[in-house]
Structures are given as structure tokens and as C-alpha cells.
Write a protein that binds this ligand. Structure first.
Ligand code: FES
Length: 155
């Protein structure tokens, strides 16, 4: 069991034990994203761009898929992105920080919305606009270009 999975499971069990909640209700309390993280070999970062090799990111092979990318260097400190495939050849890259309290976001393909994993559960449309607070500001979107089998995210 990976650390993240252990923490998630352990946290959920602990909260559920204390409150007597059902597991599905408790999942909403865990505050940890289920979105997969892109393999390190699938992207590279320069001073201005993050380039993602789509062939190496399985979850972006289907419309509605999403993935997390974290660039850890001094310039970005770190830069956390949530990349979503919203169309055949259309991708969006969001700063993976809720504008309420900087928690992680998750994309729901069926609703085309992004939801914060925190207790507040702020919701945004796939343009980053706030649908439900407590967040008041839109999510930050980065320009994305598609070139052959890569996407280029301007950061
Ligand atoms: S951090 Fe997202 S709703 Fe509070």
C-alpha cells in the first residue's frame, strides 16, 4: 500500500469510526485527490513551458481524463497543475490550487466541473469560473497548445 493510499484509508477509517459515517460519506472527508499523478518521464519543464508527452499519460488518452503534474524547482516552488482533456484535441491546464485555501482540485468529467477536495468543496466550471463557494475567485488557467503528440503549457 502506498503512503498516500495508507493515509487516505487510515484517515477515512479514523473519521468514520469517530462519527459513525458511511464509507462513501467519509470519502468526501478525506481531503485527498484521487486524480493520478503523471509519470516523471512524461513531461519536461523549461523557464516558460511545461511540455507533456501525451503517449506517456494514459489518463489523457480519453476525453474527460485528467492528471496532476508537479514541477519541483526553485522557479516554480513547486508548480502544481491539473491537466484535463476536454475535447478531441483540446486540453486545459489549471493551477491545482483552490482559490479559497489552496487545496487540491479534482475534475468530474460527467459534470465538467472541478471540485476542491477540502471540506468547503468549492466548485468551478471547466473555464475556472466559481459555481459554488466559499471560493470567490476563479481558478488560474494556463494557455495550452497541442503539437503532434504533445501539449505545451505556457507557465
Ligand atoms: S480550500 Fe477549497 S473550499 Fe476551502
Amino acid at each position: 500500500m502506498k503512503r498516500r493510499q495508507f493515509l487516505k484509508t487510515g484517515g477515512v477509517v479514523a473519521v468514520c469510526a469517530c462519527t459513525g459515517s458511511t464509507l462513501s460519506a467519509c470519502k468526501m472527508l478525506s481531503g485527498i485527490s484521487d486524480t493520478p499523478v503523471a509519470p516523471l518521464a512524461s513531461y519536461r519543464a523549461s523557464a516558460t513551458d511545461v511540455v507533456v508527452d501525451l503517449a506517456k499519460v494514459p489518463t489523457l488518452k480519453t476525453v474527460g481524463g485528467s492528471v496532476k503534474i508537479e514541477i519541483n524547482d526553485k522557479k516554480y516552488n513547486p508548480l502544481k497543475l491539473l491537466v484535463v482533456r476536454v475535447g478531441d484535441r483540446e486540453y486545459k491546464a489549471f493551477l491545482d490550487k483552490c482559490t479559497h485555501g489552496e487545496r487540491e482540485m479534482e475534475y468530474a468529467a460527467d459534470k465538467k466541473t472541478l471540485t476542491c477536495v477540502s471540506f468547503g468543496h468549492s466548485r468551478f466550471d471547466d473555464g475556472g469560473k466559481v459555481l459554488d463557494g466559499p471560493a470567490e475567485k476563479p481558478l488560474r488557467l494556463f494557455p495550452v497548445k497541442v503539437a503532434n503528440d504533445e501539449i505545451i503549457i505556457s507557465v
